[in-house]
Ligand binder design. Structure first.
Ligand code: AMP
Length: 249
């Protein structure tokens, strides 16, 4: 069983992002970029499936600028077998990503595609769902546990009220939630080995997809600054302020 794992290059989660002066987006110049954390969880899950003998091949796919090769190399160092880079400088929105991933799925014929539930840069939480719709495959989103049994997969989903378990027939789409697993750190020997693993590079046009954006960003702004707090002199004063001044926002 082949598993496809889309991995997005995003601003590292430790970086405090800054909005560009003209409000057109986030300033990424000189900023540390890493693999989207939910995609690390996807790679880990796929590699564990291969280690258990359930998956035969794990293919990491990234879409975007040439530096996405580094993100793919990280996935290869974690244990993925090979990579595919769809290289473009165009701004990629979820529908374009889903169309490109569908074209790759048509070529590669994976039985399972494990995406992150969302990319931490734009928080769209849309690509997995759109891809499931385009492929007409069942989807198990926000997965905190998965179990492959024969021709199906059972997915435990994190929903508002608790956990929901769904049974899907393969091929299927899964999106990862935080508790699915704890991704491994790549060891130095595996980082070295990853350098020799193959990465196919192609352009959106090779897949017959026009990645032009459908949404226009009107404005990006910083969240409002928090007002300074006050120091209270005693517990009694605190209780009194809570009674008379505190408001639910
Ligand atoms: P989003 O819908 O943008 O929040 O992204 C959800 C998931 O789709 C991510 O966690 C990735 O698994 C995948 N994805 C989105 N954009 C890309 C990209 N440019 N390259 C590879 N995977 C992507």
């Amino acid at each position: 069983m082949k598993v496809l794992v889309p991995v997005k290059r995003v601003v590292d989660y430790n970086v405090k992002v800054r909005v560009k002066a003209d409000g057109s987006g986030i300033d990424t110049a000189g900023v540390k970029m890493s693999m989207n954390p939910f995609d690390e969880i996807g790679v880990e899950e796929a590699v564990r499936l291969r280690e258990k003998g359930v998956a035969t091949e794990v293919v990491a796919v990234s879409l975007g600028v040439a530096q996405c090769q580094e993100t793919i190399r990280t996935a290869l160092a974690m244990g993925a077998d090979r990579g595919i880079l769809v290289e473009t400088d165009a701004e990629l929105q979820p529908l374009a990503v889903a169309k490109l991933l569908k074209a790759i799925a048509d070529k590669e014929q994976p039985r399972l595609i494990i995406l992150g539930k969302q990319a931490i840069d734009d928080d769209m939480n849309a690509t997995g769902q759109m891809l499931a719709a385009l492929l007409d495959w069942p989807q198990g989103t926000f997965a905190s546990k998965i179990a492959i049994e024969g021709d199906g997969v059972t997915v435990t989903r994190e929903v508002d009220g608790g956990l929901e378990t769904v049974a899907l027939t393969l091929p299927a789409i899964i999106t990862t939630d935080l508790r699915l697993n704890e991704p491994r750190y790549a060891s130095l020997p595996n980082i070295m080995k990853a350098r020799k693993k193959p990465i196919d590079v192609m352009k959106p046009a090779d897949l017959g997809v026009d990645p032009a954006p459908r949404l226009a960003t009107l404005k990006v702004s910083e969240p409002p600054k928090r007002k300074a707090g006050v120091k209270v002199g005693s517990v009694a004063e605190l209780v009194s302020k809570l009674r008379t001044e505190a408001k639910v926002i």
